[in-house]
Design a protein around this ligand. Structure first.
Ligand code: NAP
Length: 192
């Protein structure tokens, strides 16, 4: 059964600023239900109200998630599935760049967890809902900045595992971007 844009549910992470906010505004103007996944209630709600005002679409909602925390990402995915019966497009957009090494409460380097691992985990947790809503799309907004660096770890085993994970995430990211680019609502990886 075909769905109209008004029936569709879009989820955008890191949606209160930059590329994420612009994406939500564009989708809201098209008339869909758009869920903004943000870590700050204050920044998220300010952006949501602005987008509702500019788009005239009141079906823009805010949900809180801290992608620097595996527990928060898991809790968010569970709550999302209780609230929404479908998910047509998941846009893993949230990301950050820091000049210094920060380690999250999960013991992971912050950029790696927020920009890569949590998007991968969120996709995995929402995959059944995405499949149920087929034809659905996963869009990973990524960066080429990692090309200028290497992954260092304390043990060679950990290093091999981490490098392998990074390669898999990047490969999957490129695949889903190219699928999305050939399939409609899409946004490829931005350049640094
Ligand atoms: N702009 C560029 O030139 C460029 C180039 C290459 C790649 N990119 C990629 O494009 C994406 C968007 O970047 P942007 O330029 O639009 O940056 P931005 O304006 O800084 O937006 C990033 C968003 O991610 C959110 N975020 C950060 N840490 C988070 C966390 N722990 N949990 C949940 N949300 C979190 C931020 O929330 P807060 O407001 O709360 O911090 C913000 O809403 C990123 O993935 C970035 O790597 C951008």
């Amino acid at each position: 059964m075909s769905t109209t844009i008004e029936d569709r549910v879009f989820l955008v992470t890191g949606a209160n600023s930059g590329i994420g906010e612009a994406t939500v505004l564009g989708l809201a103007r098209l008339g869909g239900t758009v869920v903004m996944a943000c870590r700050s209630a204050t920044r998220g709600e300010a952006a949501r109200q602005d987008i509702v005002r500019q788009s005239g679409n009141s079906r823009v909602s805010l949900e809180l998630v801290d992608l620097a925390s595996e527990a928060s990402t898991r809790a968010f995915a569970e709550a999302f599935q209780r609230k929404y019966s479908r998910l047509d497009v998941l846009i893993n957009n949230a990301g950050l760049y820091t000049a210094h090494r920060n380690v999250t409460a999960d013991g992971l380097e912050q950029t790696f967890e927020v920009n890569y691992l949590s998007g991968f985990l969120l996709t995995h947790l929402l995959l059944d809902l995405l499949k149920k809503s087929s034809p659905s799309r996963i869009v990973n907004v990524s960066s080429r900045a990692h090309e200028g660096s290497t992954i260092r770890s304390r043990t060679s085993k950990a290093s091999a595992v981490t490098a392998d994970t990074a390669r898999t995430v990047n490969r999957n990211s490129r695949r889903s971007c190219s699928r999305a680019n050939s399939g409609g609502a899409s946004k490829g990886p931005a350049s640094p």
